[in-house]
Design a protein around this ligand. Structure first.
Ligand code: NAP
Length: 276
């Protein structure tokens, strides 16, 4: 079996499929257009014991565990991000960015491995980058100039109780600040507001609390996971959803399942897509 291929286990029958292009073939842009509403999806890489983030070794804060991050998952992450009209991020991401702790989400113009994804967007008449939505209550981050200079719209989504002075500063820097909720951002109101601005294909690329607010309001359409065949243990850690009990629970159906036997020097991982 070539290193470029993986096993599709579901839908059945099992077959060998290419890794490159796997999630492009999910053709996510069709759904928002067809449904006439935003189509919202997310993706996590996790260990078998559910760790998506562990404490940084170089200071405060959490980071994706280096023992599960891998190129093959990163390729699929880029394919998901490249299909979006807008990527949902958080105040935490922009704070980390300002401190040099994190990088641009979409790497399709500065990493030659992903050049085809830039062409993929151009071929569909899409702007080079998806716009960026930033969910935040604290509003304590700067809007980096690389975002606005690259022609992207930055939309800050906050709640009515957020600091008014901070809000005005961000309005000056970003231009768009939306209120979606009274004392916390509501998933439903946030997605409705993005829908009203015309966004149809929305990729949520942030952590477990933003994931929770989308699940609690039933506005997440697809969850993609990469499960690396490794257990990490350790405390504290983040799992892929954190917050109050979801009532009712968020039920998802299996859309597809793939086994990648080549990841991490032959250890393996599986890719799962669940749909609402
Ligand atoms: N393994 C993976 O695939 C994966 C994927 C994504 C993230 N991660 C990791 O997970 C860790 C946590 O990620 P994260 O901090 O981005 O995610 P998060 O815990 O979902 O969200 C963090 C920020 O979002 C804002 N927020 C969340 N819920 C809100 C609400 N209801 N109302 C208003 N604002 C709200 C807050 O911003 P303010 O503080 O500005 O108010 C909060 O600091 C990070 O270490 C990240 O690297 C891992």
């Amino acid at each position: 079996m070539s290193i470029d291929t993986i096993w599709q286990l579901y839908p059945m029958p099992a077959q060998e499929v290419g890794l490159k292009g796997l999630y492009l073939r999910h053709d996510l842009r069709q759904y928002g257009e067809r449904l006439g509403r935003p189509f919202v999806y997310t993706n996590y890489v996790t260990s078998i014991d559910g760790r998506i983030a562990v404490p940084r070794s170089d200071g405060p804060g959490m980071v994706v565990p280096k023992d599960i991050a891998n190129d093959r998952d990163w390729r699929l992450f880029q394919e998901l991000a490249a299909q979006a009209d807008i990527i949902i991020s958080s105040g935490r991401y922009l704070r980390d960015y300002a401190e040099g702790k994190t990088q641009e989400i979409l790497r399709i113009y500065d990493d030659p491995r992903f050049e085809d994804l830039g062409r993929w967007r151009a071929g569909r008449g899409l702007p080079p980058y998806p716009d960026l939505a930033v969910i935040s209550g604290g509003l304590d981050f700067p809007i980096p100039s690389f975002l606005t200079q690259s022609g992207r719209k930055v939309i800050v989504i906050t709640h009515a109780a957020a600091d008014h002075a901070r809000r005005r500063i961000l309005e000056g820097e970003a231009g768009h600040v939306i209120t979606a909720g009274e004392s916390a951002v509501s998933g439903r109101q946030a997605i409705d507001a993005l829908g009203a601005l015309g966004y149809r294909t929305i990729y949520m690329a942030t952590g477990p609390h933003v994931h929770h607010l989308l699940l609690a309001d039933g506005v997440l359409d697809r969850l993609y996971t990469t499960t690396v065949h490794r257990l990490l243990g350790g405390q504290p850690f983040s799992s892929l959803v954190e917050g109050d009990l979801l009532e009712p629970p968020a039920d998802l159906r299996l859309n597809s399942l793939y086994f990648d036997p080549h990841a991490l020097g032959g250890l393996g991982q599986h890719f799962t897509c669940y749909a609402r």
